[in-house]
Design a protein around this ligand. Sequence first.
Ligand code: NAP
Length: 391
Amino acid sequence: MAAKRQYDLVLFGATGFTGGLTAEYLALHAPATTRWALAGRNRSKLEAVRTRLAALNPACAKLPLIEADVGDAEALRQLAQSTTVVLTTVGPYILHGEPLVAACAAAGTHYVDLTGEPEFVDLMWLKYHELAQKTGAKIVHCCGFDSIPHDLGAYFTVLQLPQGVPLKVEGFVRAGGTFSAGTYHSAINAFGRMREYAKVVKQRRAREQYPQGRRIGSTRQAVRYEKSLGTWVVPFPTVDPQVVRRSAAALDRYGPEFRYGHYVQVKKLASVAALIGGVSALFTLAQAGPTRRWLLSKQTSGQGPSAERRAKSWFRVRFHGEGGGKKVVTEVKGGDPGYSETAKMLAESALCLAHDKLPDRAGQLTTAAAMGDALLARLQRAGISFEVVAQ
Ligand SMILES: NC(=O)c1ccc[n+]([C@@H]2O[C@H](COP(=O)([O-])OP(=O)(O)OC[C@H]3O[C@@H](n4cnc5c(N)ncnc54)[C@H](OP(=O)(O)O)[C@@H]3O)[C@@H](O)[C@H]2O)c1
């Protein structure tokens, strides 16, 4: 990036539920020298957030406020040009995300978000990856629970295995927590857009270059009882396995052949049926406009789990890795996955892009490819555990 910009970070969406938690994390943990600002579409709401932050850290009383609506391209252009990094919690991203990605890619501004929406990620790759490569912008999606524990957990597992040999890794996630309105809206919207998503996937597959001489793929996945975990494991086709495989494609360290399988852990076989039945029911209702609108009306933007509920929430992701005659079991664990830890992961990703020495890559990147070791170290210091359980 050429000249020094006015801010190191701008947080867009500071007035929302996850944006508010991210702002609180930055107020308490950003270095005093970090120059940052709050952005959103409503000035009085931004002022209220700033007052709340000043109670946590008096220095925040002077935080600059930037008014910008996603419908105002000029305001987003100015926002992107004013800062080294933008972190955004304005979702659902498929509805609201593109204008800011466009502004950051054009301005050479690093960008992080919380999307877990595969269609949005692929669409942004198709439209802005090449531009971002030219301007030097690092566009890093999925910097929350989707997909940092899985992406950096798989990366951490690979680092424990021999180099230059075929590797296989499986990730098994378990979590106790609940959703915010924003996450619920993103999921329902994504369920209702499967046809659009299929088109975008096809276009990306047709254009994307795969690494020469290396093979990246999936393991054969089916519902099974995993004795070592004492639970059933169900294939979990979220954005996470896509992100892990993209990291493997970007980084030679994953070896000449890398296969990944992604599962959710479920205690009882009856819960497997309930999980599949619940998701199928939501999916079916999301297909038609009226029932989708009814589902969306069940939650109001800005709502999310209470501090008490978040304090009781947790996540654990086990990884089984093998290759070159070696086996390893690793685990990533932390507190409330969707919000407290997500706010931490997003804020640390932005601080990492603003302040750390990073690999010289640009364009749409995964967290492992953009920030790898530097972000891993930050998250460990911030209390998210990455450890080797057995080898
Ligand atoms: N994948 C993960 O791990 C993960 C975890 C948590 C959240 N998320 C995602 O993060 C996103 C936010 O979730 P949330 O629960 O925090 O949602 P939320 O409370 O509804 O917040 C949405 C934010 O977007 C802002 N916004 C909406 N339309 C806007 C516009 N036209 N211009 C500017 N700002 C606009 C809202 O501003 P106002 O306050 O002015 O309305 C608010 O600040 C969702 O997409 C969710 O799926 C992902």
